[in-house]
Design a protein around this ligand. Structure first.
Ligand code: 8DG
Ligand code: MN
Ligand code: MN
Length: 371
């Protein structure tokens, strides 16, 4: 080689679990564009390109510097032809015409609008779109459409639920959950997880793990917490899913999005008086309360580390942890366990650090998992 370089080459890993990604994104102009493309492919059920754009966005999010030319991306993984073409457009024009076209596309706009309702997934949105429905008015006026209870609640609290939850609101909810849990068993464990554990300032919901130090006693937790919240008059909606967890059915070789722990998807009423600095609501809104989405998951305590790692996210970080485990270590990782296919045994863990160590990964702090 003619060209030798004196600057140290730091290679960026193709796995998000080998990168440190804070909430500080220096490449938002690109990652916002990629997210639109990824979502548009998701609506068309084109998993490959969708994932490619999500991976590319994740790589750019991990950089402590802003990309100013395509030349600067030569050593970066996961950036394909299409990705670079979009970046080129953004670098030259400040925007991507392909993205703008999607943003003005009727199908994309409609599916985006419909899936913004709590309880409406891509399948339902698509079904409504194919029936010619284009607005909420269309849906609510169509007598042949049956909205389930989740969707009815979604429409009822649409404004509040689509409005971001602030850190102060998350803290207040933590106190509410803490109190509800202590009333049942003082020894209970409550941990903040999801985006707020990763240090985000705002979230679409607040996620908690609740369990008991005594194995098996966690079974009484969720039903009792739900009852407590109901008695306080702050339970606006509850979708409770009992545990289907069975250690004998592990490891699971097929990919499952959901884990088998007991969980509930809630909408709670949060009073302004309980939030330091007030509610994060529209100016001029004088109700004195708002609706917020809260997720509770309740694993048995011996599964705690796996559940915490799985629910802390980000989704891309989780995807790459599992992919890394499978491809690089011949291991299966999910929210319940870590299984070594070579040794044919489960690897025990009481902390997240144990799991990273089993995987041969450097420990990544929660606030560095915003991949
Ligand atoms: P946000 O709420 O601030 O928007 O971001 P987030 O906290 O990262 O997203 P989330 O949708 O609340 O999910 C948090 C983590 O929970 C996510 O990384 C993956 C995990 N999770 C599972 N199973 C499920 C599931 O069935 N539904 C949802 N919503 N999250 C799940 O492991
Ligand atoms: Mn969340
Ligand atoms: Mn959640």
């Amino acid at each position: 080689q003619v060209c030798s370089t004196s600057t140290p080459v730091t290679t960026v890993s193709q796995y998000a679990c080998q990168r440190r990604t804070t909430t500080e994104n220096h490449n938002k102009i690109f990652t916002d564009a990629f997210e639109v493309l990824a979502e548009s492919y998701e609506f068309s059920e084109m998993e490959g390109p969708c994932l490619a754009f999500r991976r590319a966005a994740s790589v750019l999010k991990s950089l402590p510097w802003a990309v100013r030319s395509l030349g600067a991306t030569l050593d970066l993984p996961c950036l394909g032809e299409h990705t670079k073409a979009v970046m080129e457009e953004v670098l030259q024009c400040g925007r991507s015409f392909e993205v703008e076209k999607i943003l003005s596309d009727e199908r994309y706009r409609t599916l985006k609008l419909f899936t913004s309702v709590f309880g409406v997934g891509p399948k339902t949105a698509e079904k409504w779109y194919r029936r010619g429905l284009r607005s909420f008015t269309d849906i609510l006026a169509d007598r042949s459409i049956h909205l389930n209870q989740m969707q009815q609640t979604g429409f009822l609290h649409y404004g509040d639920i689509t409005r971001a939850v602030s850190k102060a609101e998350a803290r207040s909810l933590r106190n509410i959950i803490d109190e509800a849990v202590r009333a049942i068993t003082p020894a209970a464990i409550v941990a903040l997880t999801g985006g707020f554990r990763r240090g985000k300032e705002f979230g679409h919901d607040v996620d908690f793990i609740v369990t008991t130090p005594e194995l098996g006693k966690e079974k009484i937790l969720l039903p009792n917490i739900i009852n407590g919240l109901k008695k306080q008059g702050i339970l606006l909606f509850c979708d409770y899913q009992a545990s289907t967890f069975d250690m004998a059915k592990l490891p699971s070789y097929r990919f499952e999005a959901m884990d088998h722990f007991a969980k509930c998807f809630l909408i709670l009423r949060l009073e302004a008086s309980q939030v330091e600095g007030g509610l994060h609501i529209a100016e001029g809104d004088s109700r004195g309360w708002r609706a917020v989405r809260v997720d509770l998951v309740s694993p048995p305590v011996d599964r705690y580390a796996f559940a915490l790692l799985g629910w802390t996210g980000s989704r891309q970080f989780e995807r790459d942890l599992r992919r890394f485990a499978r491809v690089k270590q011949r291991m299966i990782l999910d929210n319940h366990c870590l299984y070594d296919k070579t040794k044919k045994e489960f690897l025990a863990a009481t902390t997240e650090k144990d799991i990273f160590a089993h995987l041969g990964l450097e420990y990544i702090e929660p606030w560095q998992r915003n991949a």
